[in-house]
Design a protein around this ligand. Structure first.
Ligand code: GLA
Length: 366
């Protein structure tokens, strides 16, 4: 009885909200969000945490995006902190929000050298786990996570960043690699495929447009494809900047991976206003971190360029996801330089569209 009354109140509130919303949409185009301009191209996603899913940011997400990625909640160390314990709450809240609001979900990620709890690599005596034990754990982890969200998560980043940062080397010398050898990559894809045969399975990495990195990722993907490993796509993280990639680099990358019959998704897009400085940890004295008109113009140009290329390649690109909602919070405020403000997204610190936003959505008028 009590429950019924509450749901009646909710239904009336929902009806009022819907009728207001539809009035708004028929009378003003400001109701249109980023995703709506791209309906006939690809879903537009965003990386979120559970805190984003209420209040102002929840409305903002629903307006502009139709796909979600968990920024951290599904990473191995977060979702599987101890051998016999999974922490589902945050990941569930993201999947439920998406499900209730008709958004797709990209699963991120199942196997990575970072953000993995130390127990994973140790046996009961605290010694380095054997190959058999580690693969058994990887399988158990992938089965638990993938099966829990079967039918709700349509694509998984199965392996993240397995290529070495040193351009003269091939695979990263991670604990996965040290203990299992190269095999852990194919195994991770096989386990994920067995757990959910319908899910699309991706390899995800950064700097994939730099020719030396692209060649090495290509080599890995070709090996997997030739060995008939169930891999369906490559995720270009797209942690880019106003200085790179070039048009040619981006076009070549998309071409090259598609030539293997793989889908391409843009999985973690942001456009730093600083050059990529992986090793730099200190802010230089007196350095300004204001978004100057010059920097903003360069950013507009760069966003416009890459979105033109995305649209031209809509048959090959099956999703574009931004890494964080707006310039109010971006992981680039703390990386690679702690405390240096960055402005890498299409929305400003008040969640309002920046110049680059209008450039990205006004393509038909050109
Ligand atoms: C990598 C990972 C992401 C995220 C970013 C930084 O790109 O794939 O999950 O950790 O680094 O936020």
């Amino acid at each position: 009885m009590y429950r019924n009354k509450i749901s009646l109140v909710f239904s009336i509130a929902a009806l009022i909200a819907t009728s207001c919303a539809s009035k708004k949409s028929s009378s003003t185009s400001s109701h249109k969000g980023l995703k709506d301009y791209y309906r006939s191209y690809f879903p537009i996603g965003v990386a979120v945490g559970p805190k984003d899913l209420s209040g102002e940011t929840a409305d903002f997400i629903k307006k502009h995006f139709n796909s979600l990625t968990a920024e951290n909640a599904m990473k191995m160390g977060v979702i599987h902190p101890a051998e016999n314990r999974y922490a589902w709450r945050d990941a569930d809240s993201i999947v439920n929000f998406a499900h209730n609001n008709g958004l797709k979900v990209r699963g991120h990620n199942l196997c990575w050298h970072e953000q993995t709890a130390a127990w994973m690599f140790k046996d009961a005596d605290g010694k380095t786990a054997s190959r058999e034990l580690l693969l058994k754990r990887l399988k158990e982890h992938i089965f638990s996570v993938v099966k829990r969200y079967e039918g709700k998560i349509y694509v998984w980043d199965v392996v993240n960043e397995a290529i070495d940062d040193d351009s003269t080397k091939f695979l990263r010398n991670s604990q996965w690699y040290q203990i299992c050898g190269e095999d852990f990559i194919a195994k991770a894809f096989e386990y994920a495929h067995e757990a959910d045969p319908k899910a699309r399975l991706f390899y995800n990495d950064y700097n994939t447009e730099r020719p030396e990195k692209m060649e090495r990722v290509y080599r890995l993907m070709k090996k997997l494809v030739d060995a008939k490993v169930p891999v369906h796509g490559v995720g270009l993280q797209a942690h880019w900047s106003i200085y790179e990639p070039s048009e040619t680099e981006l076009r070549n990358t998309i071409e090259k991976f598609s030539s293997l019959g793989l889908e391409v998704q843009i999985t973690e897009l942001d456009m730093s206003v600083y050059p990529w400085e992986k090793e730099r940890r200190e802010r230089k004295p007196g350095e300004s971190d204001v978004l100057t008109p010059e920097l903003e113009d360069k950013q507009v140009e760069q966003y416009s360029k890459v979105f033109n290329i995305f649209r031209e390649n809509k048959e090959k690109i099956t999703s574009v996801t931004f890494w964080n909602l707006s310039d109010r919070y971006t992981w680039l405020d703390t990386y690679p330089v702690q405390g240096r403000k960055n402005y890498p997204l299409l929305f400003d610190t008040n969640l309002k569209p920046k110049k680059a936003y209008w450039e990205v959505v006004n393509f038909k008028k050109k």
